[in-house]
Design a protein around this ligand. Structure first.
Ligand SMILES: O=C1O[C@H](COP(=O)(O)O)[C@@H](O)[C@H](O)[C@H]1O
Length: 261
């Protein structure tokens, strides 16, 4: 299934389109099941989610938060209220801005006590603990590690989740959640979805904005041989529908014909 690319001049339109996409897949999931299982990323996606799910009142009214199960496609091994935490970003930008009457979603976070220790202080690097964080997170994944939607970012180096170009985790097949201690982008200690989880999703959407993303999108869409992580996701042949929500500057000079969602 070839990836669909949806492009807009304005950032608000990108966000609204992402919001409509989420609602469509939420409704489809709730027609056949009791919960909507979504995985989020960090980085620039946080602001997009706020614009889409909090600020746009029409979309906000359609979100069945109480039926959502929220996971993170990757997480940095820092306390949950740390500025680098992907959960922390979603919490501060979205969850904390929801009206008081909203029943909050079930959100699956890393076990913070393994990062901070019982005294609440961040502990020194302890690979065994970090592996335990990854395997605990894996044990909480939905049945069959099946997500209705996975929302991804694409770093300027082509990384997605915490899967970095050329890294050995690109070949990880036995673990669904893997630990990385040498992330080239700080912070170095993280956990991440692996390819078996991405391959199994119903739908995956990338969100990428800004001229800084244009060179890497050019490589992803024009270089058949590149092995960038985002390209590997883009080329999945397991039946997952991959979409891109971008602004015009992110695809400036890229040879693709975008659509409107
Ligand atoms: O480190 C990370 O970066 C990617 C890409 O972030 P962006 O700001 O360039 O969109 C993000 O998707 C991932 O969750 C995060 O941990």
């Amino acid at each position: 299934m070839p990836a669909q690319v949806y492009a807009y001049a304005e950032s608000n339109d990108v966000a609204n389109s992402v919001g409509n996409y989420i609602i469509k897949h939420q409704n489809a999931a709730l027609q056949s099941g009791e919960t909507f299982k979504i995985a989020l990323s960090g980085g620039s996606l946080g602001k997009v989610l706020k614009k889409a799910l909090v600020d746009n009142k029409d979309i906000a009214a359609e979100v069945n938060w109480d039926k959502w199960e929220v996971y993170f496609s990757d997480e940095r091994l820092v306390p949950l209220d740390h500025e680098d935490s992907n959960y922390g970003l979603f919490n501060s930008l979205v969850l904390k801005n929801l009206p008081a009457h909203i029943v909050l979603p079930k959100v699956y976070t890393i076990d913070e006590s393994l990062v901070t220790g019982k005294d609440g202080q961040v502990q020194d690097v302890d690979i065994e603990k970090d592996l335990e964080i990854a395997s605990k997170y894996e044990s909480n994944l939905p049945k069959g590690a099946k997500f209705d939607v996975i929302l991804l970012g694409c770093g300027p180096d082509g990384h997605t989740c915490s899967l970095f170009p050329g890294h050995k985790l690109l070949n990880e097949r036995s673990k669904l959640i893997a630990y990385i201690s040498d992330s080239p982008k700080p912070p170095p200690r993280r956990i991440t979805f692996t390819f078996p989880v991405l391959e199994n999703a119903t739908t995956i959407a990338f969100v990428a904005e800004g001229a800084g993303k244009a060179p890497i999108l050019k490589e992803i869409f024009e270089d058949k041989h590149t092995k960038l992580p985002s390209k590997l996701v883009n080329d999945l042949t397991t039946g997952v529908q991959v979409s891109w929500f971008v602004d015009n500057s992110a695809i400036e000079g890229v040879g693709i014909v975008p659509s409107k969602y």
